[in-house]
Design a protein around this ligand. Sequence first.
Ligand SMILES: [Fe+2]
Length: 198
Amino acid sequence: MHTYEAQIFNFPELDGISEKQLDVHIGLYNGYVKQINILREQVADLTKENAEKYAFAIESARRRLGFEFNGMRMHEFYFSQWVGGKTDEPRGTALDTAIATKYGSWEEFVTHFKQVAMSRGSGWTTLGWDKKAKQPHVWWTTDHELGMLADIDILLTVDMWEHAYMVDYLPAEKAQHVDAFLKNLNWDVATERFDSAQ
Ligand SMILES: [Fe+2]
């Protein structure tokens, strides 16, 4: 069986995001990678042991798959967006044009992204590319998996769980977490994701 391994992220110094915040968060990410492996092993072991007797436990574990798997994968999308260091926003690129077509302008997109990120609860705000409709979407995902859109390529995503910012900011200051997230971005990562989604 394939075993998932935690990725290593070499963060530059970030403005408004402390090393302690990153360490705590990476620790949680490593937990998701561990849990996805345990979950899959558990389903396999219980099925082998006695699929009928353990049907309820097997089914319960399977229902947990989306939470643990996306908990791993979404953090990989998230952390990698800072690796390589801050760059300029991708103004004048094909991504910029696609965003301006949908949201009016880059500024209006950023305002919209921030508004969605301020949704109540724990989850993620994501900018994705719908290659069928050839347009971007910004949406909210509760936990890691509830409300995830099918067949949409993730371009940019911000972790809006409290654990993502509470070393550095209070819940009432979560807008500052979104600002810190945005101002440290390596936009080349989003641009490359957009280019490969075409
Ligand atoms: Fe997180």
